[in-house]
Design a protein around this ligand. Structure first.
Ligand code: PLP
Length: 224
């Protein structure tokens, strides 16, 4: 067994039923992705449009591609034109959401997305603030979408060794998801909570994550 297959098995062994593993393959070459594929992995996560559009045609067509990086509005067309994106997890503004919706409608497809919420301690430009996210749903602006299905939320915890802080971030994201569902009980298919990476995914699962995005624990360290 290759070491990628072994590491994949080790991670899988820790996942409860119903938790989906996205193998984050950014910056790794196709032969490594194929090792994971041959070990049964089907969901892969990439964070750059340039890279994912190159990789898609080189991989088997039953791969589920998740886009997890910051997406610039002017790259939406290129990304959706692949018609191979299962889920855009990193929708971090209403502006981007509107751009995705327009392009999906134009292509005659339904874009599946998660809204990225910013719960971590770090300053970042990316992600809805919890207040903006609640405002979006309480004013039911999702009803304006024509070709986009919001499937849930995505979050990242603070980049720290302090377990309590990480737990609090994950709990905040899980609470937001619940608040949104309580506020909009008619919302269909708002099911997913994507959180947890190599160093913190067990804590994310304990807090309610049903999608985890694990890279270095499977593929080793990235060379940027
Ligand atoms: C890179 C990345 C991951 C995976 O990180 P690892 O620490 O290598 O597991 C998960 N989520 C996002 C959004 C990422 O950019």
């Amino acid at each position: 067994m290759s070491s990628i297959a072994q590491d994949l098995d080790a991670v899988r062994g820790t996942l409860p039923k119903g938790v989906r593993l996205v193998a984050v393959s950014k910056f790794h070459p196709i032969d490594k992705l194929m090792e994971a594929y041959n070990a049964g992995q089907r969901a892969f996560g990439e964070s750059r449009v340039q890279e994912i559009v190159q990789k898609i045609p080189q991989m088997p067509s039953d791969v589920h591609w998740h886009f997890i990086g910051h997406l610039q509005t002017n790259k939406v067309r290129q990304l959706l034109a692949t018609r191979a994106i299962d889920l855009i997890e990193s929708v971090d503004s209403e502006h981007l959401l509107a751009a995705i919706d327009r392009e999906a409608e134009r292509l005659g497809i339904v874009a599946r997305v998660l809204l990225q919420v910013h719960v971590a301690a770090e300053e970042t430009k990316f992600g809805f603030s919890p207040l903006d996210l609640l405002d979006y749903f309480s004013n039911r602006r999702f009803e304006q979408l024509k070709a986009t299905h919001i499937c849930g939320i995505m979050a990242m915890a603070s980049n720290t060794d302090e377990t309590e802080r990480v737990k609090a971030d994950f709990a905040a994201a899980a609470a937001l998801k619940k608040q949104i569902i309580d506020m909009c009980p008619d919302l269909r298919g708002f099911d997913h909570l994507s959180m947890g990476m190599s160093d913190d995914y067990p804590l994310a699962i304990a807090a309610g994550a049903d999608i985890v995005r694990v890279g270095s624990k499977i593929f080793g360290l990235r060379e940027y």
